[in-house]
Design a protein around this ligand. Structure first.
Ligand SMILES: Cc1cc2nc3c(=O)[nH]c(=O)nc-3n(C[C@H](O)[C@H](O)[C@H](O)COP(=O)(O)OP(=O)(O)OC[C@H]3O[C@@H](n4cnc5c(N)ncnc54)[C@H](O)[C@@H]3O)c2cc1C
Length: 236
């Protein structure tokens, strides 16, 4: 795994809507040619994924917690129970680092050293804002639900005032972010191309399976088209 470990540290941010500017924290030091600060590239990766890892420090202890997310325009939304430690820490204004990783393939080189992974990933820095008003919370939860399963919000019962009160919704402005992408075959040392060992890429992806109806679902309930036709590769 010669080229998948990177680092970043603190810096300024970019206004919403425009491409990102590299900051001290998002400047790619290792293989910068694989980096991108285009908002379109960052958004495309965020829109294909739906699990992020949220990193924050609480009482000197770093935590990295996996969670679902949704993007709407220049905002990333995460949500959880009001009692959650992560939600409390972030709502209190902790610095946060959110990553999203899509794995596209195993890159199998002729040498152990040059093995790698084809991937698309995003790193976002910022602080979360707790969404307080019922209207914005509902809109955020709609964005979150539609991000994960487009078409779902129109079908389901919407949150009650009580459910909204029990839920923390956090908004993270997408103003300081970077993308990094590796594609293509292995890159071996020139002399190793003569070795009689198979080399190439084993593509990997996430696929949806056959929908499994809830045992308590009345048999006559139709399967919505947006579930039947759900195709993760279309997000690509
Ligand atoms: C794919 C996915 C999607 C999720 N989506 C959401 C979401 O939308 N909203 C939400 O609130 N939560 C979600 N979760 C659960 C989330 O990871 C946390 O468990 C939850 O948010 C509680 O966080 P906390 O810091 O309050 O946990 P705490 O219970 O305070 O954590 C205490 C300790 O429990 C362990 N722990 C907590 N979570 C995990 C975990 N996921 N895996 C292994 N160990 C763990 C860690 O050691 C942690 O330090 C999701 C998890 C996954 C894997």
């Amino acid at each position: 795994m010669d080229d998948v470990i990177e680092a970043a540290e603190g810096g300024a941010t970019k206004p919403a809507g425009e491409d990102f500017s590299p900051t001290a924290r998002t400047t790619l030091r290792r293989l910068p040619k694989r980096g991108s600060f285009e908002r379109e590239t960052v958004n495309a990766i965020l829109d294909e994924g739906f699990v992020c890892h949220v990193g924050f420090v609480m009482d000197g202890q770093p935590f990295v917690i996996p969670t679902a997310y949704g993007r709407k325009d220049d905002v990333l939304y995460i949500h959880g129970a009001r009692a959650s430690r992560m939600q409390k820490a972030l709502a209190a204004g902790a610095d946060v680092c959110v990553t999203v990783t899509l794995v596209d393939g195993l890159v199998l080189a002729r040498s152990a050293f040059h093995h790698s992974i084809n991937y698309r990933s995003v790193v976002v820095f910022g602080r979360a804002r707790a969404v307080e008003s019922e209207d914005e919370k509902t809109a955020a939860l709609e964005a979150f639900t539609e991000h994960v399963m487009p078409g779902r919000w129109a079908d389901v019962r919407w949150p009650t005032a009580q459910e909204l009160a029990a839920t923390t919704v956090l908004a993270i402005q997408l103003s300081e972010a970077s993308a990094k992408v590796r594609t293509g075959p292995p890159i071996d040392d020139e002399e190793d191309y003569e070795l009689a060992v198979w080399a190439g890429v084993l593509p990997l992806g996430v696929e949806s399976g056959e929908p499994e109806a809830d045992p308590r679902l009345p048999a006559e309930t139709p399967l919505p088209a947006y579930i039947e036709q759900f195709d993760l590769t279309e997000r690509h």
